[in-house]
Design a binder for this molecule. Structure first.
Ligand SMILES: NC(=O)CCC(=O)C(=O)O
Length: 265
């Protein structure tokens, strides 16, 4: 399986509509050279452009959905289209990831569970998802997570329990915490004996320089590919059978002990 992570530069000089057209064309360019294409978190607005979440929010089947469904079917690829600020007609905004099949059908939508910002930003502007989401592809099962979720290992363990073998993490991770990004991507791969495909953004938006450095890690924790800090398409060949082989040869997941007692006082 060949995966291409498109590390998009999100800069303020480009309108959301212009970026949507440009990204759709980058996805189309992967036709014939990738089976799975991955985009970053909130690439229409930028993950830190909090003041734009409301004005640029779209219904699930809005303009980004339309453009990405078409791009996936034009390119004939599985497309993890990153996430959009989704306006639920009956509820709050959500940070929602969309996955399309090569025929342009929606295969899955995942609402980010852990919202970033503590008492401001995304944490107060958006609602929290409550459901784990996996997607069956030929040869592997994707487990979906978004950016700040990377800090919460129990979410990933839940995805593995649900059958995930390839953990896909679109992000808008800041340069300031780049060392955490790389470390956590490798940790999630090692502890879950799964591939991690983590796709970030480049550029600077809302005054926050982005880390870039999208990364692909194998189930043994080896970094298969890592991007630089600018816009880039990171393409890597994955052998999905490596998940089963790693879990058989070093069966640590079978040694889990569940239901531990809390400490006695
Ligand atoms: N968009 C995000 O979730 C940012 C997460 C982040 O900056 C961090 O975890 O650090």
């Amino acid at each position: 399986m060949r995966a291409s992570l498109i590390q998009i530069a999100v800069e303020e000089g480009e309108s959301v509509e212009a970026r949507r057209v440009r990204v759709a064309s980058l996805v189309r360019e992967q036709a014939g050279s990738a089976d799975l294409v991955v985009l970053p978190e909130l690439w229409t607005t930028g993950a830190f452009a909090y003041e734009e979440f409301g004005s640029e929010a779209e219904p699930l089947e809005g303009p980004t959905y339309e453009a990405m469904a078409k791009a996936a079917s034009d390119a004939g690829v599985w497309l993890h289209a990153g996430s959009i600020p989704e306006r639920d007609p009956d509820g709050p905004l959500y940070n929602t990831s969309l996955v399309f099949s090569p025929s342009g059908e929606l295969a899955a939508a995942y609402r980010k569970i852990h919202r970033f910002g503590f008492d401001k930003g995304e944490a107060v502007l958006m609602g929290a998802g409550r459901e784990l989401v996996t997607v069956r592809l030929p040869g592997t099962t994707l487990g979906l997570a978004t950016c700040y979720d990377l800090r919460f290992p129990e979410l990933f363990r839940g995805l593995v329990d649900a059958g995930a073998e390839t953990l896909v993490v679109p992000a808008g991770w800041p340069e300031r915490r780049r060392s955490h990004w790389t470390l956590l991507a490798q940790a999630r791969a090692v502890e879950n004996q799964a591939f991690v495909l983590a796709c970030g953004t480049a550029g600077t938006h809302a005054g926050v320089p982005q880390a870039g450095h999208s990364i692909v890690v194998d189930p043994w924790g080896e970094v298969l590919a890592e991007a630089g800090s600018g816009e880039e398409v990171l393409t890597v060949d994955l052998d999905p059978s490596k998940v089963a082989t790693t879990r058989e040869q070093f069966p640590a997941l079978k040694d889990r002990v569940l239901g531990l007692q809390p400490p006695r006082r």
